[in-house]
Design a protein around this ligand. Structure first.
Ligand code: HSE
Length: 332
């Protein structure tokens, strides 16, 4: 049995779910994969968080330095969120020779080409299944599709918080702020939910998907973005009486030699699959030149699915190393 030393950067909602999943399923995972994952460090501003996540006191650190210096740490799992210091830590971890697994769509979408280049140069894994669509095996499917297909259009619901709010408002008549509070309580929302409700989170995710499909870095700033704060309860209820729904749609279309990218709330008619994606579920349509349109659907936010995707990536990092790195040219 091979033991894999792991360090958790961030022991908040997602990081502690990773620790808990490994405590609950560590033996089962070891039987199934032949790998025993040993969480050697938990980095947090408050060390008591690390202990509260069930890790020993000596595993707690407030600095990344002991993690990078520990030769037994093979994989660094980043669940800090936000651009900085996360992006710097991701780069430092790769430069220190660690495989990196992240759920951080903001840091990744803003520094994608550079991080992939560093990983390639150091021959380390950089895996990010959890960054888009949480529990949906989206990156794995996209890798598979992209080896043969050209993807000409991406269209989907990629933010669980806003989809939860819109569903609760439409189906239960719940007020916006109450629905948002419930999404926060369930661990769907970002630490600052502005990122969700103003469409930033969806734009980061669309940037990652579009960059993978285009093979070059498409920065989130290029995306025309509008969130759900301007949508009124009347518009939401009216959409429902018309048999459809208001949804926050992220879309990238290849037209006339370039990508048109937008995140915006729109009316989706009842005969469109996306109108029926409820609560924290996400769905992503990929229109491919050979396979046709593929739809990936499942839980897109929440600690348990996100943690499951991160752990699956730890296993893939060890199994495949840099072999799964995407091709991302720096030019946006
Ligand atoms: N805040 C994000 C969402 C979490 O609601 O979709 C998952 O990336």
């Amino acid at each position: 049995m091979q033991t894999v030393g792991v360090a958790l950067l961030g022991v908040g909602t997602v990081g502690s779910a990773v620790a808990k999943t490994l405590q609950d399923k560590g033996d089962e995972l070891a039987r199934r994969t032949g790998l025993r994952i040993d969480v050697r460090w938990g980095m947090a501003r408050h060390p008591e968080r690390v202990v509260a996540a069930g890790l020993p006191e000596h595993a707690a650190t407030t600095s990344i330095d002991p993690i990078l210096e520990d030769p037994d740490v093979v994989v660094v799992v980043e669940a800090l969120g936000g651009e900085e210091p996360a992006a710097t830590y991701l780069k430092r971890a790769l430069l220190a020779g660690k495989h990196v697994v992240t759920a951080n769509k903001e840091a990744l979408s803003k520094h994608f080409a550079e991080l992939v280049a560093v990983a390639r140069e150091r021959q380390r894994a950089l895996l990010f299944e959890a960054s888009v669509g949480a529990g949906i095996p989206l990156m794995a499917s996209l890798r598979q599709l992209l080896s043969v297909n050209r993807v000409e259009r991406i269209r989907g619901i990629v933010n669980g918080t806003t989809n939860f709010i819109l569903t609760m408002m439409a189906e239960e008549g719940v007020a916006y702020h109450d629905a948002l509070r419930e999404a926060q309580r369930r661990g769907y929302a970002e630490p600052d939910p502005t990122a969700d409700v103003e469409g930033f989170d969806a734009a980061y995710k669309l940037s990652i998907l579009a960059s993978l499909v285009a093979g070059r870095h498409i920065h989130p700033e290029r995306i025309d973005r509008r969130g759900i704060t301007s949508v009124t309860p009347d518009q939401i209820l009216d959409a429902r009486t018309r048999g459809g729904a208001v949804k926050l749609i992220a879309e990238a279309v290849y037209k006339n030699g370039d990508w048109e990218l937008r995140v915006h709330p729109v009316f989706v008619s009842g005969n469109d699959l996306l109108a029926h994606v409820r609560l924290n579920l996400n769905a992503i349509e990929l229109t491919c030149d050979r396979v046709g349109t593929v739809v990936l659907y499942g839980p897109g936010a929440g600690p348990a699915p996100t943690a499951a995707a991160l752990i699956a990536d730890v296993i893939d990092a060890v199994r495949f190393g840099p072999a799964l790195l995407p091709r991302i040219d720096p030019a946006g």
